[in-house]
Design a protein around this ligand. Structure first.
Ligand code: SAH
Length: 348
């Protein structure tokens, strides 16, 4: 994989431990130094080479001349008054902005991270896509959302969802780099079973990911029960249709043993009828899955809406059909915690 660079220097936080070992060897240094440096970066999480006190001043200078330690700057931090949700707006080294959200559940804190600046996928209900796509995040920038949120909030994050701005499978290599680093026993050592990746349905990448058997939970943004409705709100459905998508999900389950989670934003008059529920039950028959119903979040550009009643009614249709469907708890409603909304306010 090509190295990530910032102003001509290698982005050291984006390197996996084996990659860092190779880099150190290429600089004529001993391999074990890589572990020490990795520990400073990913366990002690220091922001400068000058803090790496078990390295010689000479080596620290050398590192400084070859590598850069990336950082995020907190532009805004919003705390919900109704639950303990925290939302961060970060500025990246090049002036772009991304968002992360810390959510508190009974089982611990979960962090929702962004994977791209903007998004190419064009889902009609989503705020992240409206201003278009700027660039992929580097592994360091996905990791730093975790490090900054833990540092600033003082809370330990137990799980991560790749459900913020961007399409993670459209930034596949960097997301895999992030998985490798965050799960490294020499670093944060988070089990990949505590990570969920949410996708709009890039079928070939779902199949590639399945083969790696990483233990990651796959969340699929389905939002419709047939091709007509789905293509009407999600352009990606014209590339990979709903049947190809469900077939890839079946194979993901067969390959990994991990139950699929389907996201379904209930939109009044678009996808919330009993007929939709019946179609969905046929579509997903035989697949070990769970359906997460989300009341669609209003965005300024569209008049999509959902009511509490319409979501409950749709849930009842599904459960009556024997399906496993829950309504997602809305967290951080008072701080506009849904993805992409804060960045948009800020960038306009
Ligand atoms: N690109 C990935 C992850 C980012 S979007 C994906 O599509 O899954 C995270 C989730 O929020 C997706 O399920 C997406 O469909 C949903 N979402 C986006 N805008 C929404 C809105 N206005 N209301 C409800 N859910 C929304």
């Amino acid at each position: 994989m090509p190295k990530c660079e910032i102003d001509g220097k290698t982005d050291i936080l984006s390197l996996t431990l084996p990659e860092l070992e190779q880099e150190l060897e290429a600089l004529g240094e001993k391999r074990f130094r890589a572990k020490q440096i990795f520990d400073w970066l990913h366990v002690k999480r220091v922001s400068g080479f000058d803090k790496m006190s078990n390295l010689s001043a000479q080596l620290r200078d050398k590192l400084q001349s070859v590598f850069c330690i990336n950082s995020l700057f907190i532009v805004k931090r919003l705390a919900s008054h109704t639950d303990n949700t925290l939302k961060y707006l970060y500025r990246l080294y090049d002036g772009n902005h991304i968002e992360s959200v810390v959510m508190e559940y009974n089982h611990g804190n979960s962090l929702c991270v962004s994977t791209q600046v903007g998004c190419k996928m064009g889902c009609s209900f989503c705020a992240s896509t409206i201003a278009g796509f700027k660039r992929n995040l580097m592994p360091s920038e996905i990791l730093l959302q975790l490090y900054e949120a833990e540092r600033d909030s003082g809370r330990k994050i137990g799980s991560i969802v790749l459900m913020g701005i961007g399409e993670p499978l459209d930034n596949y290599d960097n997301v895999l780099g992030f998985f490798n680093i965050v799960s490294s026993p020499e670093g944060t050592n988070m089990s990949l079973r505590h990570i969920s990746l949410s996708t709009c349905g890039l079928v070939p990448k779902i199949r590639e990911l399945a083969k790696l058997k990483l233990g990651v939970t796959l969340s699929v943004s389905l939002h419709a029960s047939n091709n007509d409705v789905r293509s009407g709100i999600m352009p990606v459905n014209n590339r990979f249709d709903i049947y190809e998508l469900v077939s890839a999900c079946k194979d993901y389950f067969a390959e990994t043993g991990r139950r699929i989670s389907f996201e379904y934003a209930v939109i009044c008059g678009v996808n919330d009828t009993r007929a939709c529920a019946e179609e969905l039950s046929v579509l997903l028959r035989g697949l070990m899955c769970h359906i997460n119903l989300i009341p669609v979040n209003k965005i300024a550009e569209r008049d999509y809406s959902s009511t509490r009643d319409s979501v409950r009614r749709f849930q009842k249709y599904l459960t009556d059909l024997g399906m496993n469907a829950t309504i997602r708890r809305t967290l951080g409603a008072d701080i506009n915690a849904a993805c992409g909304q804060l960045r948009r306010e800020y960038e306009i």
